[in-house]
Design a protein around this ligand. Sequence first.
Ligand SMILES: [Zn+2]
Length: 209
Amino acid sequence: MSRKCWILIILVLAVLPITGCSPITDQGGGLPQKPDPIWLADGFDFPVGDAHGRGWAVTGYRFLDWSRYSNSYHPGEDWNIPGLGNGDHGEPVYAVANGEVVFSGWNTALGHVILIKHAISPHDFVWSQYAHLDQRWAAKGERVARRQPIGTVGRGPNNKFAAHLHFEMRKEDLPANAWPRTNGTAWAKSKVTDYWLHPTAFINQNRPH
Ligand SMILES: [Zn+2]
């Protein structure tokens, strides 16, 4: 065998483990289609501050705190920059993971809201919901990437609240304005957790690798 040929073989062997690709092209045929890499979540970051949520904290209602305002268990977390009052108004809000916007609009209870559906596998989904926004930068049907700015922190409908982000993680497909209450009666905590996830715990358990 010629020297050139040996060099070629060594090169191919060296490249193989790097690319993980066979030099013979696989035409696919009947193989199932790979999921869209943007659509599938590759991990979850925090919705405000840096990817770790640094500089921000849940200083308002925590997950499952009793909310006297709504007479129900609070199904999300109220995020603020501690000590800043309304100074966090207008701060960017980020998509916590790759996903598809399934609702972007306004309602009288929550103000401007964005709801994003995330595929954690091709068949398993969770939803993140961002409420009381001042601005919305993502529309229904849009696919967003993890850490993509989707809007800004606001004060809710008609500046009803001090500026904060009301943030929810859901394990069931609920309307954007869903609240754990039926005809004015609060759901039990055990029922709330059938539909909602602890946002910070979920994100911490699903950080990007
Ligand atoms: Zn809240």
